[in-house]
Structure formats: C-alpha cells, structure tokens
Design a protein around this ligand. Structure first.
Ligand SMILES: [Zn+2]
Length: 119
C-alpha cells in the first residue's frame, strides 16, 4: 500500500502524502511538494521572500493575510523567523518616543554617579 507519508510540511512539520500524480502536476500545484496546505504555502512564500529581501515591512504585510492561528505548532525555525519579523514591529513603535528619551536620561545619571565616586 502506498499510504505512507512521503513529505513533510516546511512550515508546521506535519507529515503528509504527495502522490506521484500530484508530483507530476506540480506545475499546477507546486505548493504540494513543499507544504501540506495552501495557507501554509502563503506563509512559506512570505518567509522565503523575507529571507531573500530581509524586508520586514513587506513580510508583515504578507503575513497579515496569512492564517497564523496555528503558529505555536510551527517548526522551531519558522517560529524564530516569525518572532524576528513581529517583535521588531513592537520595538519600532515604542522606540522613537520613549526609548530614546529613557536611554539619554539614564546615561547622564550614570555620568553623574561616576563623578560623585571620583570626588
Ligand atoms: Zn503545514
């Protein structure tokens, strides 16, 4: 019986079956040879593009159209890349206003403390 799984999803790591016929028609459904579902293929494409361009803005835009509800079950390397793309978004939102102010005040404080120690 050819019921064995012969492929693994690049996104979630799930095993799935690609039959000879599917592989033969890869021109029509190329995603069947890389990932198990069409929605995972959308994520796969976004991440592939990101790894080429390192453009987080575009990656976020692409991923916002994708279903990331099963993100916790994704492959570790996929999760790392997703974290990389989305963590930066939070930082970028906060940084310009609060973080730069904070860091400048703390650095002057440290300088003052040092001066005190010397005296
Ligand atoms: Zn998958």
């Amino acid at each position: 019986m050819s019921e064995q799984y012969n492929a693994k999803c690049d996104i979630c790591g799930k095993s799935y079956k690609v039959c000879k016929a599917c592989q033969g028609t890869y021109l029509y459904q190329p995603w069947r040879t890389v990932v198990d579902t069409r929605s995972h293929y959308a994520i796969y494409l976004a991440l592939t593009e990101y790894s080429n361009t390192k453009n987080k803005t575009i990656a976020r835009e692409e991923l916002s159209k994708c279903d990331l509800s099963e993100r916790d079950t994704f492959n570790e390397n996929i999760k790392i890349v997703l974290d990389e793309i989305f963590n930066d978004e939070k930082k970028a939102d906060i940084e310009p206003k609060t973080l730069s102010k904070k860091s400048s005040t703390t650095s002057t404080k440290i300088k003052q403390d040092k001066n005190k120690n010397i005296e």
